[in-house]
Design a protein around this ligand. Structure first.
Ligand SMILES: Cc1ncc(C[n+]2csc(CCOP(=O)(O)OP(=O)(O)O)c2C)c(N)n1
Ligand code: SF4
Ligand SMILES: [Mg+2]
Length: 350
């Protein structure tokens, strides 16, 4: 449900002190999330953003929606629990590349095959920013950023390949300094029916001195005639790339072309939508088929006085649900999904 009145990105800003380094690409991601929510006219209390641990994970404190700053690598199962507890919420999940592809790598794979209706964004800076610049799973083999004593001894994970292989039904990549393009991608990811994965190239000027804003912008290789930089980042849509699976028979063909594009890196780095397939039922739809008497019918959640005791009603505060109900639902569902116990501290409404 959207707001009647005009909303601005600043309506999604908080007063919380921001301690990111100057020039950090996280600022662009924060700004684009606020812009996308405003352009979609979302009601702040209908949105929940879940994050793990890292510089990137602090984003939730700077966006005026509900938010949960969870454990390192555990953002996805927590977000899954939130979505299943209240399918009416728009759920965004944010991770750093270490959070999502290192310690949280198992959850990354399993989120793909579930197809929950949510957007997962990875802030891809090639380093563990919060812990002073160790190599993250997306740093390429042989690259030596300034915190490393030796060139990276490990090869990199390709987040686009991994998301496609895991079954994500919408896969995109953005660049944190191309604000207009990134807003459009975040909006598409939020509106996609099913699990959307967005890899955002996010320079970390403090610890990654290789994949910098200047490097992405091609400042180190100028056109011989014009003297202008030759940017490495280009947009898939500018080259007529069509990522949409128009009918189920096309799935293999569209996945193959997405995998081919995902291999490009170095001189040409594609951003945009790689793959979009809405011919797969969401996890919520599958659950509803299995448990038709579910107390939370997808798309029909309405709180009625009859459902809760007077004491519970007095505590209703989060998107129309009592915190006690949310806590126990999230705990049960997330634990079942993660196969482990999950901490359930809720952040209070800001
Ligand atoms: C279980 C656990 N292991 C390790 C850490 C230490 N730690 C905190 S953040 C982090 C990595 C952050 O890197 P990334 O996810 O890429 O986020 P960024 O800071 O780059 O945004 C690590 C290793 C932790 N908090 N918890
Ligand atoms: S360490 Fe890097 S990722 Fe973290 S706030 Fe600073 S510039 Fe951003
Ligand atoms: Mg990182």
């Amino acid at each position: 449900m959207a707001l009647e009145q005009v909303v601005k990105p600043s309506d999604f800003a908080t007063e919380v002190h921001n301690d990111w380094c100057p020039g950090c690409g996280d600022f662009g991601i924060l700004r684009t999330i606020q812009m996308a929510l405003a352009e979609l006219r979302m009601e702040p209390h209908r949105v929940t953003i879940v994050s793990g641990i890292g510089c990137s994970a602090k984003t939730i404190h700077y966006v005026k929606t509900y938010g949960v700053h969870t454990l390192h690598g555990r953002a996805l199962p927590y977000a899954a629990g939130v979505k299943l507890a209240n399918p009416q919420l728009k759920v965004l999940c944010l991770s750093g590349d270490g959070d999502g592809l290192g310690i949280g790598g198992g959850h990354f794979v399993n989120a793909g095959r579930r197809n929950l209706d949510m957007l997962y964004v990875i802030h891809d800076n090639g380093v563990y920013g919060l812990t002073k610049g160790q190599a993250s799973p997306t740093l390429k083999l042989g690259v030596q950023t300034k915190s490393l004593a030796h060139p990276n001894i490990n090869d990199a994970v390709n987040p686009i390949w991994l998301a496609l292989a895991a079954g994500a039904t919408w896969v995109g990549r953005g660049y944190s300094y191309d604000i207009k393009h990134l807003v459009a991608l975040i909006k598409q990811g939020i509106e996609h029916k099913g699990y959307a994965f967005l890899d955002v190239l996010q320079p970390c000027p403090t610890y990654n001195d290789i994949n910098t804003k200047e490097w992405y912008g091609g400042e180190d290789r100028k056109d011989a005639n014009s003297g202008r930089p030759l940017p490495r980042v280009y947009k898939l849509e500018d080259e007529g790339f069509d990522p949409v699976v128009h009918e189920p028979l096309e799935i293999e063909k569209k996945a193959t072309q997405a995998l081919e594009k995902a291999l490009e890196w170095g001189d040409r780095i594609p951003i945009g939508v790689f793959f979009k397939n809405e011919h797969v039922p969401t996890f919520e739809e599958r659950i509803l088929q299995r448990v038709p008497t579910s107390p939370w019918p997808v798309g029909q959640l309405e709180v009625t006085a009859a459902r809760f005791t007077p004491r519970e009603l007095s505590r209703i505060s989060c998107a129309g649900l009592p915190i006690s109900q949310i806590r126990s639902d999230i705990s049960d569902i997330a634990s079942a999904i993660a196969g482990s116990s999950v901490h359930t501290a809720m952040s209070s409404p800001r």
